[in-house]
Design a protein around this ligand. Sequence first.
Ligand SMILES: Nc1nc2c(c(=O)[nH]1)N[C@H]1C(S)=C(S)[C@@H](COP(=O)(O)O)O[C@H]1N2
Ligand SMILES: [Mo]
Length: 528
Amino acid sequence: MARAETVEAPELARPGQRRAAGGGPSRAAVAGIAAAALALGVSELLAGLVSAAPSLVLAVGARVVDAVPAPVKNFAIAVFGTADKKALLVGIVVLSVAAGAALGVAARRRFALGVAGFAAFALLGAWAATREIQSSALLGAASAVVSATAGVGALRLLLGAATAADTAPRSGTGGGRRAFLRLAGIAATAAVASAVVGRSLVQRTAVVGTRAGLVMPPPARVLPPPPETATLDVEGLTPLFTPNADFYRIDTALSVPRVDVATWRLKVGGMVDRPFELSYDELQALGVVEVDVTIACVSNEVGGGLIGNARWLGVPLAAVLERAGVQDGASQVVGRSVDGWTAGFPTELALDGRNAVVAVGMNGEPLPLEHGFPARLVVPGVYGYVSATKWLAEIELTTWEAFDGYWVPRGWAKEGPIKTQSRIDVPRAGAAVAAGRQPIAGVAWAQHRGVEAVEVQVDDGAWEPARMAEELDVDVWRQWVLEWDATPGPHVLRVRATDADGATQTEQRAPVAPDGASGWHTVHVNVT
Ligand SMILES: Nc1nc2c(c(=O)[nH]1)N[C@H]1C(S)=C(S)[C@@H](COP(=O)(O)O)O[C@H]1N2
Ligand SMILES: [Mo]
């Protein structure tokens, strides 16, 4: 470590010397930041160039997601919404770069500390990568070593330049300072460029092209277009079908799994008489049907948007299970994704005649990547966390007691029936409403029971029945509207739904954990 001496030299040789403003530790910090950024950039570039090499940042992020307690995860969803993953990744990059600044300052005194710091980061990245199911652990370790080496090399060069800048005479041309800044600029540019190129290479994998080229098989059962009576004509009201681009997305996957349909297989096993594996084509050859199902997330707050309705194209789950021959006592169906996520629900829900499917299509196109391409489960009546496994790799029959899905040990209920709920979409909360006749409108859902009625209360008035759009299916939400004679002043609007069993939504407020929010959606508006 000959260069270490050079780095330490100015401090040790002239301890009393006053340094040029902005020099010393702050240059060392800049050197550390640039070196850390370069290491991250190189690791992203490697992930893009070598298809089985993991992104170390994503791998670390995935370990964070696995480790954080449920309340923190809920907090993140509440604060960042579906941008929670971006926030986490930005956080990891910012923390890494900040640690780089500290390493730079430490390495200025003892270069070995810088080397140790990068080695620690390499170990963390390599360890995180060993848990990435979809990529090679060995390549992860190799990427960590190469990236850390690049970081150490950059740190050395930059600290050398920083030293030269610090020791340059203050009355001089400032050439040393400029040389340092130029070098730091080059390192930073290289860091950003390699990260951008690496990410875009990852995005451009063949999967996207393959999906675009797929032709969905013709359904054995085609649903007619929804009757006009199933929708109400109110501006601002949630559409009956949620366009795929607007559909909420919730999952633990930091980077969307990119599955190659050519090699993908659906395994069906566990407590069955005839375990088997199916290719994408073989699965579809079992026969696909169309089903209209509104799926919802248990993390949806009262009035929230983590719910959407789609026309799914899929193979009836019952057909898949019949082929396998479910054994007596196999009381739970577990879905396992290509990235190891799991969800389990009572076998009865697959066999009681409801439209549970292994879905391959969504609203007229192959499943979008974010929604589980090439195949996912859709089970009407239960929240997504216990049922709706995306990027499905395996269906396993087991007993109810033998296995708990991903969220159950994290404090969520084992059974997740969707609670009856209703939401006011129009007018929006806090909206200024013109006095006169105004629609109050929204959607209500009670999957697999059906919504019987919706009532609206203005201020402390009587509950008034809303006009309902026709029910498309018991598994689909229903639009509703009430014409309101809005009088000037502030008003409070409340809504409640009654399901087809005659049960009215409880006023009792409950948080989303452990089994879904309850309470009446309440909206404050100002009429002018
Ligand atoms: N593989 C996998 N599938 C998953 C999840 C997940 O984290 N990983 N999240 C589930 C949850 S909690 C919900 S609410 C639904 C959301 O489906 P969507 O993103 O298509 O709306 O997917 C489910 N399927
Ligand atoms: Mo969810």
